[in-house]
Design a protein around this ligand. Structure first.
Ligand code: GTR
Length: 336
């Protein structure tokens, strides 16, 4: 209780500091302070380290005029809340998963679709290419400037009850999902019950039986220590929705055109750095989880899962542009 109160107080303190900062005239923004960046993950997580790297590049190229200060570990709140604050200009940079953007911008549904990408290479090619650009650009209509995508690996199910081999094994399980109607529908279609909740509440909810399971990639299953309480990890690899780095339009418009170019350039450079960190971190997390004795199982017949996703694609891919992007991505030819 005391710990919870302390964290609410410290968040209030940080938010009050941010609110004071937002009263600065836009033109003073970049000369007076570092950009304020939010991330739900702790400081050693690849996404946080990648944004810190971008900050180093910016500082080096501007003699310290452009800098980034990261508020990691959900200090500024859950992703959906920080996105709202970013859209109105209270946070300058925000690294989130695409899922909490699903209800804000329909094009973000596309890379979030279950079983869309066939491989890591396919995902990277789509997001580095034209489809990725269109999706990043669509965020401007919501006062967010999409700078780049980062990897988020493959998400699979973990739970406290039993290994999942077929959708029947999911019957009746309460599964935590991110705040996205797409994922609520996905879980329902698999025969389980969906409970949307912020990442920070998942460990306790698993430990107390509020939910039976969740789904995530190896690094997040490890980083949140969810594997200590949910001891079955079943490799459905159902989603490869990427992470995205967005800047508030307000901060963006306070930059000169040259600085905007620099921001875009350093964000893109941080992607390759992040991918190196990511690939390394996946292996480390996997090793830690396996050595902790978690029961990890492969799925022999994934088609039982993919078939159940057909109506979900139909339900969520509605506009012509969404359909075009899906078709473009599905038809991309990439090596494995
Ligand atoms: C992680 C992702 C976070 C957050 C989290 C979640 O993989 O990096 O941004 O979306 O999943 O499940 O809430």
């Amino acid at each position: 209780m005391i710990k919870q109160y302390a964290s609410i107080m410290s968040r209030r303190h940080v938010l009050a500091g941010l609110a004071a900062g937002t009263s600065l005239a836009a033109c003073d923004m970049q000369s007076s302070r570092a950009m304020r960046a939010a991330d739900t993950h702790p400081i050693d997580y690849p996404t946080v380290r990648a944004v810190a790297h971008m900050g180093d590049l910016l500082a080096a190229r501007t003699g310290g005029r452009l800098r980034i200060k990261i508020y990691a570990g959900s200090q500024l709140g859950a992703e959906r809340d920080t996105l709202e604050i970013t859209a109105f200009g209270g946070i300058d940079l925000n690294r989130v998963n695409l899922a909490p953007l699903n209800s804000i911008e329909p094009l973000t549904i596309v890379p979030s679709l279950p079983f869309l990408f066939r491989s890591k290479q396919h995902m990277r090619s789509a997001l580095d290419g034209a489809p990725g650009r269109v999706i990043l650009d669509s965020l401007a209509a919501h006062d967010l400037i999409g700078l780049c995508f980062y990897d988020s690996g493959e998400r699979s199910f973990y739970n406290t009850q039993r290994p999942i081999n077929t959708p029947d094994d999911m019957a009746g399980l309460k599964i935590r999902v991110q705040n996205s109607d797409l994922y609520v529908a996905m879980i329902k279609a698999l025969g389980a019950d969906a409970t949307p909740m912020p990442l920070g509440e998942v460990y306790q909810s698993l430990a107390q039986g509020v939910v039976d399971g969740a789904e995530n990639n190896w690094p997040s299953y490890d980083s949140g220590r969810h594997f200590e309480v949910a001891r079955y990890y079943s490799l459905t690899r159902h989603v490869m929705a990427p992470e995205v780095l967005v800047m508030s339009r307000r901060y963006w418009e306070s930059l000169t055109a040259d600085d905007q170019d620099l921001v875009r350039e350093t964000a893109i450079e941080s992607v390759n750095y992040m991918r190196l960190l990511w690939d390394e971190r996946v292996e480390k997390s996997k090793a830690r989880i396996l050595s902790a004795g978690v029961a990890v199982n492969e799925i022999t017949d994934l088609s039982l899962f993919t078939k159940k996703m057909e109506p979900i694609w139909q339900q969520f891919v509605k506009t012509d542009l969404q359909k075009k992007l899906v078709a473009d991505i599905v038809s991309m030819e990439v090596g494995l």
